[in-house]
Design a protein around this ligand. Structure first.
Ligand code: DGJ
Length: 497
């Protein structure tokens, strides 16, 4: 899925032309678009899917697939997209309480009434899709948006207090393999987010299950992320209850109807991005990046996600409405910013199916330039691959006999590669602004190898390689140098002893 996510308030027919314009410029094949509870059930029990119908019709004429984002009980932890009849009835639809007993914007996951009302609306939307979208223009549904609540470790309502004082549910306790009964025993300093994650995920799972019973589409939940290198983060900056990187096990146990949980990435720091990609790509969780900043800095991370087998990627805020979410994303969606993403999508778009087929069944590696831009390596059996950045295409450190200017990529947030290990000595490589070097891992044999062939080409829909031309000489003597406009190669290697 070469995706793009529209801005939050772009779920209106009047704005769609500005959305499609950007989707097309990006060469995206899928649009992620909010559909809100407020929009579909403005009056309790009366449903209106006019916008969804318009969206479906326009997506089909453009041959674009959709991911619907259900902005229901939670949108970034708040209740910003619930209908007014929910928003104004604090008694019937209780909020989370802070530690002074004051209601917050966030609705409480401990209310059956709220759950059932959200479930009714969500199921109505899925029923509408079942009736109107037999061809699956909608390929996936996000249930809620960054569920949780910022600023409080946990809901302090009496209902929540009671459950927090009760033993951890047996189904979850059994999975932790730690001894004890209470949330504190089993989760220590993460007891409160663990507790909120469990009950938020249980709540959402019921909604997803009801929706799937009507139309069985893949469903996922997206996460507001805490620092991947901090064991415990300041509650002010985390969304307690969200499927954060350290809550994935709890979400997996609590929400069997949620096919995957997914990271919303808004850091430009490669090491952190890498940690998030690693955390969310697991045998029980397909990697999917439903949101990432839309500044050019984030475009190179596409290669890293792809190499790790991501099933989709979507920069956030991709429409020409004039709204920009800097400092999270770009200051402006100018041509250079669009090009950072579209140059990659344009090359991958005709090969997306072929790549997906190969990536599903082969090991991969993906990497992006760090700052400072150190070499990064990965071993596939006894082959070692090293990605280098900020190199000209010819020469190396030993070339002291000629004065050389710094590469034009120095200081630029570009450079990355994705590769698949097709068979023992064969790799498919795609990337931009990167040099790839191969070596053997065995002591004393690092350079005891040769290229059998380096071919530029592409994949067909079945994943079969279609060669265009051979690379030799300067094109391979100093590593394989992928230019700014991405190129795909098939590399075959031979051992010399
Ligand atoms: C993450 C949320 O999921 C998005 O809807 C949006 O609010 C961004 N943060 C910030 O622009």
């Amino acid at each position: 899925m070469l995706g793009a996510q529209a801005n939050n308030s772009s779920n209106d027919a009047s704005v769609l032309p500005q959305v499609w314009d950007t989707v097309e410029r990006l060469h995206a094949n899928t649009l992620e678009m909010p559909v809100s509870w407020e929009q579909v059930e403005p009056v309790e029990g009366r449903f209106d899917f006019t916008f969804l119908d318009t969206l479906l019709a326009q997506a089909r004429t453009r041959n674009i697939r959709l991911v619907l984002l259900w902005f229901g009980t939670w949108k970034n932890g708040g209740a910003g997209y619930v209908p007014e009849w929910v928003r104004t009835n604090l008694k019937r639809f209780p909020r989370k309480l802070d530690d002074t007993g004051q209601p917050l914007s966030a609705l409480s996951p401990f209310s059956r009434v709220t759950l059932e009302a959200d479930r009714t609306a969500f199921t109505a939307m899925m029923r509408h899709l079942a009736a109107r979208d037999a061809q699956n223009t909608v390929i996936m549904v996000q249930v809620e948006n960054e569920a949780g609540a910022f600023g409080i470790p946990r809901d302090r309502s009496p209902a929540a207090d009671k459950l927090f004082d009760a033993p951890v549910p047996a189904q979850l306790a059994a999975r932790t393999k730690r001894s004890g009964k209470t949330w504190r025993d089993l989760f220590g300093p993460l007891a409160e987010p663990a507790f909120m994650s469990w009950y938020t995920a249980r709540y959402i799972d019921e909604i997803a299950a009801a929706g799937k019973a009507v139309k069985s589409l893949p469903m996922y939940c997206n996460a507001a992320l805490s620092d991947p290198f901090a064991a415990v983060s300041n509650p002010k900056w985390i969304s307690s209850g969200s499927p954060d990187w350290n809550m994935i096990d709890i979400w997996k146990a609590a929400a069997p109807h949620i096919d995957l949980v997914a990271p919303d990435i808004y850091t430009r720091d490669w090491r952190r991005v890498d940690a998030y990609l690693a955390a969310y790509s697991r045998p029980d969780n397909a990697l999917f990046v439903p949101e990432i900043g839309n500044a050019a800095d984030y475009a190179r991370f596409f290669w890293a996600a792809l190499g790790r087998g991501a099933i989709g990627y979507a920069p956030f805020g991709m429409d020409a409405t004039g709204y920009v979410n800097y400092p999270l994303g770009a200051k402006a969606l100018d041509p250079a910013t669009i090009d950072a993403f579209s140059s990659k999508y344009a090359v991958m778009a005709p090969m997306a199916r072929g790549w997906a087929r190969l990536a599903a069944t082969h090991d991969g590696w993906g990497v992006a330039k760090d700052f400072p831009p150190a070499d990064q390596s990965h071993d596939f059996g006894d082959w070692r691959v090293t990605a280098q950045f900020d190199r000209w295409f010819i020469g190396d450190e030993s070339w002291t006999f000629v004065k050389t200017d710094p590469s034009p990529t120095v200081g630029q947030p570009v450079g990355g590669v994705a590769m698949l290990h097709i068979s023992d000595n064969e790799f498919i490589v795609i990337g931009s602004d990167v040099r790839i070097r191969f070596a053997r891992t065995a002591t004393g044999r690092a350079d005891r190898w040769q290229y059998l062939s380096v071919e530029e080409g592409k994949l067909d829909d079945s994943g079969k390689w279609i060669a265009k031309r051979m690379w030799h000489g300067d094109q391979t003597d100093y590593g394989i140098n992928l230019p700014s406009v991405p190129v795909m190669l098939r590399v075959r290697l031979g051992r010399l002893n």
